[in-house]
Design a protein around this ligand. Structure first.
Ligand code: GDP
Length: 240
């Protein structure tokens, strides 16, 4: 069966997070960095994640359930459940998801979004921090940066914060197609320097993934650059 991806829910509070404990991979980055485009290109889905101009969904944690080997048929025991709980898998559906290596991508609110109030920003920050620090089934975080520009202060703060909390993380330098080929190594080196990485390290292709690896990867949603390497890494960390 082919890869299947489905939008599950938008959470504005921790009580809305799924309770089924499937592995999760969070996506972080400033607004407009290309998170939606990356998800759509990685999953070869056209409109699963909405690209910009739809600020509504950017203020919540958006959960996408990914079935890498396709979605098997199962009776849906969640049908009789109401309230927040109806989004979580249970019983035979959860067993089917676990044996099919299903996991979630969790698209976090983009930071640096100008058109919101300070109190709203603080609310998100609390939610994001609570999620990134305490979520037990969070396996890894993908932080996107724009290859065209050096990482911003917010980018650096986020990366250092993930490092502090010892999260397995990967830096995805996206929109690479917008930088001339010959200039890409210098831009990547600048990102590595600004984020304080030891060196340009490719994502592990096999073996153990640890928080101190700090891999970086060039990506282009437009051209599919980096897609296979990223997908391989994602499969590894969600199965670990
Ligand atoms: P988000 O706010 O982080 O979800 O960002 P979007 O995915 O909506 O992307 C913001 C803008 O950058 C859109 O106009 C995208 O078409 C564009 N974009 C995103 N990724 C790429 C990429 O890899 N290459 C190019 N050329 N444009 C991209």
């Amino acid at each position: 069966m082919a890869l299947f991806a489905e939008f599950v829910l938008s959470a504005a509070a921790a009580r809305q997070f799924p309770t089924d404990q499937l592995p999760e991979i969070a996506l972080v980055g400033r607004s407009n960095v290309g998170k939606s485009s990356m998800l759509n290109s990685l999953l070869k889905a056209n409109k699963l994640a909405r690209t910009s101009n739809t600020p509504g969904r950017t203020q919540t944690l958006n959960y996408y359930r990914i079935w890498p080997e396709g979605k098997p048929k199962f009776g849906d025991p969640t049908e009789e459940v109401t309230g927040e709980e109806r989004f979580s898998l249970r019983g035979s559906a959860l067993e089917a998801a676990q044996s099919a290596n299903a996991f979630y991508f969790v698209d976090m609110p983009g930071y640096g979004y100008a058109k919101v109030s300070e109190s709203q920003k603080q609310g998100w920050r609390r939610l994001i921090e609570q999620y990134l620090v305490t979520r037990p089934n969070l396996k890894a975080v993908i932080q996107l940066v724009d290859l065209r520009h050096p990482p911003s202060k917010d980018d650096v703060a986020m990366w250092e914060w993930l490092r502090h909390y010892d999260r397995i993380r990967l830096c995805l330098a996206t929109k690479a197609d917008k930088v001339p080929r010959t200039q890409r190594p210098a831009h990547l080196q600048e990102a590595v320097r600004t984020l304080g990485l030891q060196s340009i390290t490719a994502p592990a292709a096999s073996g153990e993934v640890t928080p101190n690896q700090e891999p970086v990867l060039l990506y282009s949603a437009e051209e599919g650059m980096g897609r296979d390497v990223l997908w391989n890494w994602v499969r590894m960390v969600t199965r670990a």
